[in-house]
Every structure is written in C-alpha cells, then in structure tokens.
Design a protein around this ligand. Structure first.
Ligand SMILES: NC(=O)c1ccc[n+]([C@@H]2O[C@H](COP(=O)([O-])OP(=O)(O)OC[C@H]3O[C@@H](n4cnc5c(N)ncnc54)[C@H](OP(=O)(O)O)[C@@H]3O)[C@@H](O)[C@H]2O)c1
Length: 249
C-alpha cells in the first residue's frame, strides 16, 4: 500500500487531497501545524502528524515518524496581498519562509529515502498567478515562481534515481481558507498613494466571474501527478488555471 505525506491539511486543497488519497485506498500522512483528527474521516490508513514547514525540528520529527513516503505533496502556503512598497520585510520573509523555503526544507528531508529506494514523487503546489503579472501579489508570485523554477531544475537531478517531480498550479478558489487568510494580511487599502489603485483592483478581482477552481480539481491534479508517470511536469488545476496556462503559451 502506498503512502502520501501532505503538508497543510487543516483546510482547503491539502484537506481535500488527503480525503481523495484516503478514498483511493492509500495510506495518508496528513500533516498540520495544529493537528486535528476530526477534519478527516476515521481510517486505519490515516495518520495526522504535526508539521510546521518553517520549523526544522518539526520537519525532522514528522518525516521520521512518517516512515517510508512514496509521494510528498508540498501544499502548505498563504498569501498577503499588498503593493511591494507597503509590504513589510517581516511579511516578505514570512511569505518566502512558508511558500518557498518550507517546500525546499521538507523536500530535502524526504528525498534521501526516495533516492535510496529509487522511487518517489514530489508534487509542489504553486499557483496560476505565476502565469500573469498580476498586481498586489508580487511577493507571493515571486515565492511561488521560485518553487516553479527550483522544481524544474531538480527534475533532471533526481530523474536518475527514478524520482519524479511535478508542479500543480491551482486557479482562484473560494472553497478554501486562502482568501480569509489573505484578507487579514491585506495592506494598503486606505493608503494615500496606493489606496485608490488597490480599491479598484480588489473590486475588479471580486467582480470577475470567470470559472473558478474547486478543491476537488486540485486533489485530482495531485492524484494525476502522483499516479501517472506520463503526467506533465506543469499541471494547471481548475478551469481558470487551465485557461491562463493556455493564454501564457
Ligand atoms: N485558494 C486559492 O485561491 C489558491 C490558488 C492558487 C494556489 N493556492 C495555494 O494552494 C495551497 C493551499 O491553499 P488553500 O487554498 O487550500 O488555502 P488554506 O485553506 O488556507 O490552506 C493552507 C494550508 O497551509 C497551512 N499552512 C500555512 N502555513 C503553514 C506552515 N508554516 N506550516 C504548515 N502548514 C502551513 C495552513 O495551516 P493553518 O490552518 O495552520 O494555517 C493550511 O492548512 C497554498 O500553497 C496556496 O498558496 C491557493
């Protein structure tokens, strides 16, 4: 029976992905900053472990407790919309710590066992915002684009060990806690210089009625990456992400 370890399973895409792999009969190591058993259906194949991707000791403990991992899904992440000038360096660092450095650190912790077994898949969840030069999400885009870049580069490094890497790029979703978290971190809406631009941009974003992304789309994209050796490296997830990927070509 295969085992998947997923980061950021307390809500949203990570939680839905854990549910999907459980339903498919896999062993699931669902990791969370604050572990909660009650968000997932009870199963002998489920283990909930504490893992904060910004904490080296927490990563070590979780990877050791997990045992052999066939598929790693780096999903934990958050956004903090604001113009670059108004984003504190503390927030810049926090965005990179979780979205970029966290992904690198967890991957480094899991790769040795995959390399030794000559088998494994790493799926990094980034974002369709990396397809377009959208305002107010520059630092978040940069943090996710860095993950796109490092994943592309490591593909040929780990290929000789029969380890595959994939990038799942979700579109915009209202089904997760992402927007609520981003709203609490939004800065500049009343700013003298940027306020008008921000209000117009945010209003335009809220008014856009294009196709959105469902948590299910992301779970299925991760499943595709995990189980199909012929899956492409970049997998847009959700109708809006598929559209943006096509426009970016
Ligand atoms: N929703 C969207 O529109 C969208 C679009 C494109 C990409 N994404 C990406 O998709 C991924 C999942 O987001 P989501 O939409 O499912 O949002 P979500 O519901 O807010 O889920 C984010 C998860 O990441 C966890 N997390 C945050 N910081 C962490 C840390 N330091 N260590 C471990 N876990 C941490 C959160 O845990 P806590 O509960 O402890 O905070 C939560 O479980 C993220 O990487 C996000 O950037 C989202």
């Amino acid at each position: 029976m295969k085992t998947v370890l997923i980061t950021g399973c307390s809500s949203g895409f990570g939680l839905e992905t854990a549910r999907h792999f459980l339903a498919q009969g896999w062993q699931v190591v669902a990791t969370m900053r604050t572990p909660r058993e009650d968000v997932l259906p009870p199963s002998e194949r489920l283990r909930v472990l504490q893992l904060d991707v910004t904490d080296a000791q927490s990563i070590r403990n979780a990877v050791e407790a997990a045992g052999p991992i066939d598929v790693l899904v780096n999903n934990a992440g958050f956004g903090a919309p604001a113009p670059l000038e108004l984003t504190s360096m503390e927030t810049v660092r926090a965005l990179f710590e979780t979205n970029t450095f966290g992904t690198i650190a967890v991957t480094q912790a899991v790769l040795p066992q995959m390399r030794a077994r000559k088998s494994g898949v790493v799926v990094n969840v980034t974002s369709s915002v990396t397809y377009k030069p959208l305002p107010l999400v520059g630092i978040y885009r940069a943090a996710k684009a860095a993950v796109n870049a490092l994943t592309e580069s490591m593909a040929s490094e780990v290929e000789p060990f029969s380890v595959r890497v994939h990038i799942v790029l979700p579109g915009s979703s209202g089904e997760t806690s992402f927007r609520d978290t981003a709203r609490t971190r939004l800065r500049g809406i009343d700013d003298e210089a940027y306020g008008d631009f921000m209000q117009q941009t945010v209003a335009r974003m809220l008014a856009s009625t294009g196709p959105g992304t469902r948590a299910k789309d992301v779970a299925e994209a991760v499943w595709h990456a995990a189980t199909d050796p012929s899956a492409p490296m970049h997998i847009p997830a959700g109708a809006d992400a598929v559209q943006w990927a096509a426009e970016a070509r």
